[in-house]
Structure formats: C-alpha cells, structure tokens
Design a protein around this ligand. Structure first.
Ligand SMILES: Cc1cc2nc3c(=O)[nH]c(=O)nc-3n(C[C@H](O)[C@H](O)[C@H](O)COP(=O)(O)OP(=O)(O)OC[C@H]3O[C@@H](n4cnc5c(N)ncnc54)[C@H](O)[C@@H]3O)c2cc1C
Length: 388
C-alpha cells in the first residue's frame, strides 16, 4: 500500500503544498496568468528551478542521473499533491511531459551530460514526439522517415499534438529507420536539438483546456549524426512502450489529485448552498453524488498505489498501468461532471474554475493511449491469462 506516512515523503508533500500556495500561485497572480494558457518559458523555468532546489523536481529520477532517487510509490504521492492545487504551472512542479523521464535513462554517457543532467536540473525541457497526423493509436503507422546518409540520418516528416513542442530545447523524435521491420525493430528514437537546420516548430495548437502546451514539429531534410540515437537503432518503440507504463500510473495520480479538489469544492458547496430552506448537501440526491465521487477517488488512489508498488518491485505492470489510466481518466471526468452539477449555474461560470477543470480533464481519456486502447491491452492480457 501507499506509504504516505513515511516521514520524509510527508515532509516533501508538505513542502510541495507550501511551495504551491506560498510561491507558485502568488507568481501566477502577480503575472495575471490565465489558467489554461502555457505560461511564458522563463516563468516556467523559474518554477522548475525552485522545485528542484526544494528536492521536488524530477523526484523519481535516480541519483546517478542527478535526481533525488525516490521510488515511483513515493513520487505518485507528490503527483497527487501537486494536482490537488489549481495552478497553470502543473507541468513544472514535478516535471511533466517536458521534464525528465525514465526513457532518457537509455542515454549514453555523452547524452547524459548533454541532455539528461540539464533536464533533471530543470534548466532545459524536452518533448516526447511520437504522434503524427496519420499515426496516433497505431504507432506502427509512423511516416516520419530517417534515411541513412553518410555517418548520420536525414529526418523528414511531421509530428503533431506534441506536449511542450513549442517550448522544448530538444525533442525525442520517433522515426522509421527500417520500413520492412516497422514496429518490430524498425523505429528509432533520436534526440534532436532545437535550432538544428531543417527542424522547426509548426502550429501551436489551441487544445481543449491547454492552449499553447501542444504543437507541431516539422522536419524538412533535417540532418542529424548517428550519436543522436537514443539507445539502439530500431529499439525506439520498445523504449517508448516501456516508459509509457510509468506515465500511465502518473496520470492516474494526477487524476486523483484533481478529483480531490473537485470533491473538496463540491462538499464545501453542498454544505454552504441553501435551497428550499436547507443546505443542498442534506438532500440524498446530492449526498449520493459525493459518496460516489469519494468512493471512486479512493479506488483510484488505491490502484495508483498498488500499480506503483508493483513497478517498484520490477513486476510486469502493463495490464495494471492500463487499468489505472483507464479508470482514473474516466473517474476524473465523472467527478468534473458531478462537481459542476452540484454547483449548479455557478459551476458553469469562469470564476469557480470548474468549467476549466471540466475542459482540462477531457483530454485524460485520450493522452497516453485512449480508453479504447487501454481496454484493448487489458482484454488481450486477460484473454491470454485465461487461455485454455
Ligand atoms: C492534450 C494532448 C497531449 C498530447 N501529447 C502528446 C505528446 O506529448 N506526444 C505524443 O506523441 N502524442 C501526444 N498526444 C497525442 C495522443 O497520444 C493521441 O491523440 C492519442 O494516442 C490518440 O491518437 P489519435 O488522436 O490519432 O486518435 P486515433 O488513433 O485516430 O483514434 C480515434 C478514435 O478511434 C479509436 N480507436 C483507434 N483504434 C482503435 C481500435 N483498434 N479499437 C477501438 N477503437 C480504436 C480511439 O480510441 C479513438 O476513440 C497528445 C494528445 C492530446 C489531446
């Protein structure tokens, strides 16, 4: 079970809570930042660097990569805390898609110094560029090609809906290096610096709940050396699929954090709002909504804790990580729906912040594999486990 009582994690959790309420939210107010538009890069950097100073940023990165070396079980406690606060810097508190992730542990020594260490230090950011206009759920349909030329490669193609595409300092780009092999050894991950000739940022997307966070990357005969390969040629998809499990668990933790604040706001409103001469929370119809929200939240917290613990013990978590992602992403959407219902008309107004959360959580059932794709993976495992 999740060991939230462990003193050092509890201290870190409280440090994070104070950091957000006493420094991050005041910074957001000082600069009058809207809650759903990516903040300027220099402010995001400031938040990351301070988070790093407090021992929070990239908390689960190992010590030999310059990180604090927490386990995933410990990290998810902090993810839940981070997202239980309403701040537009949510990606920068712990290190989201633009921050360091276990996929980069495949860096060689030179890449560690050049990319991983500055990333763990919060000095630079990256992006995970897999999706393309023609390839989303089915990564085997990638069209971005990396052709061998001399000692290096030439990248041509487009990536889209990539988080942190606009502000990244370098991108992790998945490209086809062997068409015959395709998904079975034909996809390679390249580390490509912003500013490399032929590499540019295309459109910045206005996405549901997240303007300016996602964008396009365009590669027009972009030449990179063979040293740009992360891991080995042909092993890109294997790296991505391994890493995606931890990310799905982290998304579960983030969904739980958001649901905590939705539940708190709903319970508080249910006690204070009076209609027909009594608090609306005295009606069974409202109580059942709160009870269901609390029950589903507890289920997700428990699932996240169990899956993270399994990961920490090097168990195969492919099925469980998919279950966490599926249930948590759908749970937080139900919670956002009910929170607005409990708030009535005021829940639809900008000032309660709920309509923004409602929009923001919608993408949770899409990113890191849609709900359908999670179900597909879970069902495959279940059928295999029960094969005659
Ligand atoms: C906010 C946001 C951030 C993102 N960030 C990143 C990022 O940083 N990096 C990155 O690489 N990508 C990113 N993406 C892209 C995301 O990973 C894809 O959108 C997602 O994988 C789904 O792909 P698609 O949009 O092409 O949908 P499609 O694959 O076209 O799917 C459309 C619909 O068909 C369903 N479907 C597809 N195949 C099947 C099947 N076999 N059985 C049943 N149903 C099926 C899907 O579930 C979905 O409902 C992001 C997307 C969003 C919205």
């Amino acid at each position: 079970m999740l060991d939230e009582t462990r003193e050092e994690i509890e201290i870190l959790r409280r440090t994070l809570s104070r950091f957000v309420t006493e420094e991050v939210i005041p910074l957001e107010r000082e600069h009058r930042l809207p809650g759903d538009v990516a903040p300027p890069a220099e402010l995001r950097r400031k938040v990351r660097m301070r988070s790093r100073e407090l021992g929070l940023y990239a908390a689960d990165m190992p010590r030999d990569a310059g990180g604090p070396g927490l386990t995933l079980s410990e990290r998810v406690v902090l993810d839940m805390e981070a997202l239980s606060h309403d701040t537009v810097f949510f990606e920068d508190l712990m290190g989201g898609p633009g921050g360091p992730s276990s996929i980069l542990l495949a860096c060689n020594e030179r890449q560690r110094e050049r990319y991983l260490r500055p990333l763990v230090a919060g000095e630079v950011t990256t992006c995970f560029a897999l999706s393309e206009p023609e390839a989303g759920s089915d990564a085997t349909g990638l069209r971005l090609r990396a052709e061998k030329k001399g000692g290096g490669y030439v990248l041509s193609g487009t990536k889209n809906i990539i988080t942190n595409a606009v502000q990244c300092d370098f991108a992790m780009v998945f490209a086809v290096t062997d068409e015959q092999r395709g998904a079975r050894g034909g996809i390679t991950c390249f580390l490509v610096d912003k500013g490399t000739p032929g590499f540019s940022v295309g459109r910045s997307h206005t996405c549901m709940g997240f303007s300016g966070f996602q964008g396009e990357l365009v590669f027009e005969r972009c030449e990179v050396p063979a040293e740009a390969i992360l891991g080995q040629e042909g092993f890109g998809l294997a790296l991505a699929l391994d890493w995606i499990n931890t990310n799905r668990i982290k998304i579960g933790a983030m969904a739980a954090g958001i649901a905590r604040r939705l539940l708190a706001a709903s319970a508080s409103h249910a006690r204070l709002r009076r209609q027909f001469g009594r608090a609306i929370g005295e009606n069974q119809g409202i109580q059942w909504k709160l009870a269901d929200m609390a029950t589903e939240l507890f289920a997700v917290e428990s699932m996240v804790a169990r899956a993270a613990e399994m990961w920490d013990h090097a168990r195969d978590v492919r099925k469980e990580a998919a279950m966490v992602k599926l249930f948590a992403s759908e749970m937080v959407n139900r919670a956002a729906y009910e929170a607005i219902q409990i708030h009535g008309g005021s829940g639809c107004l900008l000032e309660t912040g709920l309509e923004r959360v409602y929009r923001m959580v919608r993408v949770y059932t899409i990113v890191e594999g849609t709900s359908e794709i999670q179900r597909m993976g879970i069902a495959r495992k279940v059928l295999a486990q029960h094969a005659a």
